[in-house]
Write a protein that binds this ligand. Sequence first.
Ligand code: GLN
Length: 484
Amino acid sequence: MTDITRLTVAETHRLLSDKKVSAVEVAQAYLNKIQGSDLNAYLSVNADATLEQARHADQLIAEGKAGTLTGIPIAHKDIFVTREWPSTAASKMLEGYMSPFDATVVEQLKSAGMVCLGKTNCDEFAMGSTNANSAYGKTLNPWNKDVVPGGSSGGSASCVAARLAPVATATDTGGSIRQPAAFCGVTGIKPTYGRPSRWGMIAFASSLDTAGVIAQTAEDCALVLSKMIGFDHRDSTSIELPSEDLTASLNNGVNGLRIGVPRAWLDKVNPELKKSIEEALNEYQKLGAKLVDIELPTADLGVPVYYIIAPAEASSNLSRFDGVRYGHRAEKYDDLLDMIKRSRDEGFGAEPKRRILIGTYVLSHGYYDAYYIKAQRVRRLIAEEFDRTFANLCDVIATPVSTDAAFGYEDNKDPLSLYLSDLYTVPGSLAGLPSMSIPCGMSSKGLPFGLQLIAPKCAESRILSVAHAFQKETDWHTKAPIGY
Ligand code: GLN
């Protein structure tokens, strides 16, 4: 019998609907594997709750009421609140926090019949690019335990790469789906800002936070994302568009498609990665796509703009963790102010504290115009540059996800150089555009490389079909780390 945990969502669905395997058996196989794993990809597991959901899925299948996702296991990033698993955002601040409700995305996937396997590790409050910022220990990359799995959704990417879940939810504020997907050799999609609901996502930077999916294939991403998008009146920035079946146009192909390539971005990356990206672009050309050289000079300002806007919003969002309304409360204190100070000092790790300081500074009287307002203006210019490029030159943009494959946990600890490493992912975030990362090669050290695809607003179905066209012709996405 095949190892069920090696299958994609689409393949698992076929076994379930042919009644070759039950949802309980599938869930149990993953739970066993999770128990034996040393990657620290999961922060919480609740086998009873998982098996209860699996039994319910089996009942629906038996009654002929199952959909494509019924009985398929999924892991949720610990940024989404869940009623049956603690929701911590990988922070001591929320240790043991049990939410009275499920996030919209969690609720949507549960009503599609998916079975939750547990919550995945991440950087604290989704701030980071390595997973080293988790208060509960770092997640390891199954390709090589000395290198980072990426972040902030490192737990979601690592667990999909190690086949500890066929698919996982993740969140992306400035690259947190795409960069870990690239570093772990899996497929990730950050949809258009506002398409999936933010309700029940522990907030980092509300004008950027976007829920998405990490899976083995673009097809699986399409299957799961289709159930996550749609208007939600509980999210004030939710886009009023009806839900969409993103699998309908998966096989559209790329014949005649214009792929914009910012050549200057390619020149800044490791030569091996550059070669892999060029090979991927050649593959697209063979499939009938046309490559167009483009320039995105304003997007080059993405990092400074992002590292003003995101901390500014974070400093406001994190003010709710005061030991009264939410979060850890210090045991010993003198008066109310002292209680708040000590609670925040004990509850937050170094990175959230750094962001709160930066954010408070750029919003403060005297600096607000110079930093925050200026950053908002440049953000608008970046979005307009993308709009013009799509209107005049190309249908999708292809770029590297980062400048290299995953780096060592010991190699890069300086916050500023980590911020700078987000240079290719933050522009798409600032413009709110759907962006994907797909495996496109392997370094000589055996670490995966990722190709980023960016599309105009709400063109999720377009980038998914572009990614699918590549995955039909190549096998980078099928590669799993040895032993997993
Ligand atoms: N690495 C970026 C940061 O540290 C992005 C994080 C994210 O997308 N959540 O802010």
